[in-house]
Design a protein around this ligand. Structure first.
Ligand code: ZN
Length: 396
């Protein structure tokens, strides 16, 4: 890690803004913030530390809202070396900020994990991905849509346990809940009253069970198509499920796992076209991420395998999280979904920053925002990563 003594000028890069790619300009950084984008000739090179981007892409630091872990470790572990392993690996992939995601477990274990996250968040320094509060894939989900979440941990929201989780100060940033469960609507009111985002997911709800949840403040939907209801017929009448409500309701932001495994390109295109600027891509990476094909990893007492570039349950009947870290989803969004480079980058930077309300701090290349930046090769492997204007990772 090099400490910036004077302002930095990144020259000769392709600067990816929200709506265009700028070439032949210089990106100026001072006091940890993005200062300006300038004509290359107008800077006095003696006043700046110059970084030559060699015609590579310069993007905002990536933001992964849904990631459980990698390299055999998860955020459930509440362990310093586990966090260091995960957050160093994600930083080397260009992820400067992430929402550590907990998979449902027994309440005392979740409380311990949330306490650990709150403590880590306060003490964190640059040099690893910065964490926001936790995203809890909670116990309050439908047993018919638990996916890879251990069924033994499931609960209903009105059994008094959610209060214990919500009481831990400064720990949660997002909590996922199935709106059809007893007490869910009241719980969503409590969640949002605490400033925590209520996300809907792992749910078999039909539209009339979902609308009250939105009215109560739910604003996000977890991994579209994965573990959620879609249209069913009750007699002759079609009832939209969570999927169709998520795709059409402008009050809801949403996420897709764009690993080209969980969703084929046509479904990713449908999501992008339906949700426009309110859809982000997430890794949903589990502890199998970063491991070679054929490796085994465990979630609770379940053993899963890395197979065909994704986590699989043993009978291969469903996926068990992804093994793709966020930077590897950018080529999928460009090549398979057909997005422009700026639109693909927005889905892993600006849009997630807006979903969790940190867009005034990070997520775009705009003057005044934190200089969290990545210089990427054409295939979106990082060459250099900056946090607050300081180089925290570089190749060679
Ligand atoms: Zn999930």
């Amino acid at each position: 890690m090099s400490i910036a003594s004077k302002p930095t000028a990144i020259i000769h890069g392709k600067i990816i803004l929200s709506d265009q790619i700028l070439e032949g300009k210089t990106l100026l950084i001072a006091d940890g913030k993005i200062k300006a984008i300038d004509q290359i000739d107008s800077i006095n090179k003696n006043e700046y530390d110059c970084v030559d981007a060699r015609q590579k892409f310069i993007t905002p630091g990536l933001i992964d809202l849904h990631i459980h872990g990698c390299l055999h470790h998860t955020f459930n572990e509440a362990d310093e070396s586990a966090f260091q392993t995960i957050l160093s690996k994600t930083l080397s992939c260009g992820v400067t900020t992430l929402q550590p995601t907990l998979v449902s477990a027994a309440i005392p274990q979740l409380c311990r994990s949330l306490d650990f996250i709150a403590t880590w968040k306060k003490a964190q320094t640059i040099g690893m991905s910065q964490i926001t509060g936790a995203y809890l894939e909670s116990p309050y989900i439908s047993p018919a849509a638990n996916g890879a979440i251990p069924a033994s941990t499931l609960r209903i929201p009105d059994d008094g346990s959610i209060e214990e989780l919500l009481e831990i100060p400064d720990a949660l940033s997002m909590l996922m809940i199935a709106p059809e469960l007893p007490g869910a609507i009241n719980s969503i009111k409590k969640i949002t009253a605490k400033g925590i985002i209520a996300a809907l997911g792992h749910s078999m709800a039909i539209e009339k069970e979902i609308i009250p949840a939105i009215d109560a403040g739910a604003s996000h939907v977890t991994h579209l198509w994965s573990a959620m209801s879609s249209v069913v017929r009750h007699g002759p009448w079609r009832q939209p499920g969570l999927l169709e409500v998520a795709l059409t309701n402008p009050s809801l932001t949403a996420e897709i796992i764009a690993d080209n495994r969980h969703l084929p390109p046509t479904l990713m295109k449908l999501a992008v076209q339906s949700k426009k600027g309110s859809l982000c891509a997430v890794s949903d990476a589990l502890n199998g991420a970063g491991l070679p094909e054929g490796s085994h990893f465990t979630v609770g007492d379940q053993i899963y395998e890395v197979a065909d570039g994704v986590g699989m349950v043993p009978d291969r009947s469903c996926f068990a999280g992804s093994t793709t870290l966020l930077n590897r989803e950018i080529p999928v969004l460009i090549e398979k979904v057909g997005l422009s480079i700026p639109d693909a980058i927005r889905m892993v930077t600006e849009i997630p920053s807006r979903i969790i309300h940190i867009d005034q701090e990070t997520g775009s290349i705009k003057s005044g925002l934190s200089a969290d930046l990545v210089i990427f090769n054409d295939d979106f492997t990082p060459v250099r990563v900056f946090q607050k204007g300081i180089t925290v990772y570089s190749v060679n």
